[in-house]
Ligand binder design. Structure first.
Ligand SMILES: CC(C)(COP(=O)(O)OP(=O)(O)OC[C@H]1O[C@@H](n2cnc3c(N)ncnc32)[C@H](O)[C@@H]1OP(=O)(O)O)[C@@H](O)C(=O)NCCC(=O)NCCS
Length: 175
């Protein structure tokens, strides 16, 4: 159920955008936006079944016409470990701060759910460092290695990718 506290207004150059919890109607669009970047290894391929089973962990941004233009999700490993996944902004909407807003929204949800730490695997190093994440190593997350060893070699042979982590017990950064 959506409430006022579920949303955060995103000031865009032309219109206010809201980061909102995803709905059932968003599933196909989430899969399409996420998988658009999978061939380049920027996102992990996600199935419709994955998105449906994690729908409560997805947050989205829709454009003025209702088109889904941004998304982010949390993927839990344990009550003390969660990963920021499926961060994606539609090509036409990139460079306007939506990525930062989505990371902030994921961080807020992770705090509300009581996770002490949030980590991410990404190529977007400047973006995560700007958002207060610190470089880490995937070796700190054997749960991630175990889960993805079987399904994605590219996710773990992360010579190109960086691992970031943010401790959430401190005060949140201003958004
Ligand atoms: C990463 C992504 C979500 C950022 O969205 P966005 O709305 O453009 O983000 P913002 O406008 O808030 O910030 C843009 C910054 O991210 C940086 N960035 C984005 N992708 C990057 C990448 N692959 N490598 C390095 N930096 C990247 C941009 O250079 C820009 O930095 P700048 O302002 O110093 O120029 C978007 O580029 C995207 O969807 N990329 C494809 C999927 C992807 O890489 N997802 C990340 C998986 S964790």
């Amino acid at each position: 159920m959506e409430t006022d506290t579920d949303t955060a207004v995103v000031e865009h150059s032309a219109w206010p955008l809201r980061v909102q919890h995803a709905h059932n109607d968003d599933v196909a669009d989430i899969v399409a936006l996420n998988n658009m970047f999978a061939p380049d290894g920027l996102t992990l391929h996600r199935s419709e079944a994955f998105v449906v089973s994690h729908l409560q962990d997805y947050q989205v941004v829709r454009g003025a016409d209702g088109t889904l233009i941004g998304q982010v999700a949390l993927d839990e490993y344990s009550p003390s470990l969660v990963e920021l996944v499926s961060l994606a902004v539609a090509p036409d909407a990139q460079g306007n701060g939506l990525g930062q807003r989505l990371i902030t929204a994921a961080e807020k949800l992770a705090r509300e759910r009581g996770y002490p730490e949030l980590f991410a695997i990404s190529l977007a190093e400047p973006l995560f460092l700007r958002m207060g994440f610190q470089e880490s190593t995937i070796l700190r997350y054997p749960e991630k290695i175990a889960r993805y060893r079987a399904i994605s070699r590219s996710e773990l042979s992360i010579g190109r990718k960086f691992c970031f982590a943010k401790v959430l017990t401190s005060r949140p950064t201003a958004s």
